[in-house]
Design a protein around this ligand. Sequence first.
Ligand code: SF4
Length: 328
Amino acid sequence: MSTSLLEVNNLELHYGPESSRVRAVNDVSLSIHESGRALGIVGESGCGKSSLSLALMRMLDNAVIQYSGSIKMEGEELMTMSDDEFRQQIRWSRISMVPQGSMNALNPVLRLGDQISEPLLYKEGPHKTTKKEAVARTNEVLNMVGLSEDIASRYPHELSGGMKQRGLLAMALILKPQIIILDEPTSALDVSVQAQIMNLLKKLKTDFGLAIIFVTHDVALASDICDEISVAYAGKIVETGTAEQILRDPQHPYTKRLLVSVPTIKSPIPPDFIPGSPPNLSDLPSGCHFHPRCENALPICSKQIPPVIAKGTKHLAQCWLLADKPLG
Ligand code: SF4
């Protein structure tokens, strides 16, 4: 069996204090098989998607009380690396990220080009190059994201929303990562600019072999670019499969509700919302965490964690309804 580009197994990220432990990432496993593939992580706000992104980048705050599991890249275990090794060998250079809401985090008093080239010029950084090489690479990534080279001399207030998002992509690409994590990359953009960014991401994926982890609440948007989709609920992955399997043959009741909550222009049926709200991650419901909101819940659902059932090649869902044995 070939080695996956990224293989995550049983990842946990919990925040303290112990008395109210927040299980933001709860026994998560996922993989990206090879370059040029896109994996969607889909779920409502508060389901732990952003925490999962931060866990993959090892960007952990002081409140973390548990960070465990396995993250392998091309077969190499990253969890055993020291923080220094991870910073020098992995973060930004092999796995990069555009965090949620980062358009507002651009430094207003620095020109875009200087912000993009910063990792190449930082004097103690592992990727230090000459000024000339940094300018050449900055121009290269500006071209990759569809911006002209003269944009490098502009300040953030001189850029439109779409230009800022392209600039952030350029920053994330400057060290030539193999994988890029995009956390809600188009949620602050209007629809026409959103479409342009989606087309750009598809181009980066196909033309440059970039692997993408696309984090979003919007399952329709994920299906536009992703080869595989993992559906997250309460810090867990409750269903995973190819985009086709998730869209055409969803198995988990939460996935089904997510799909019917998407408004479509053609359908005469109005979108249906998911009752209630996601649970507090420090006080999760027993058994299946979705049971208080699930219209299909069985008596066993509130008592025991459901098994993960395979419904086809690559298609897994965690729900008691899919189990063969008689249910209590
Ligand atoms: Fe609903 Fe039970 Fe399946 Fe959970 S395990 S999604 S509560 S039917």
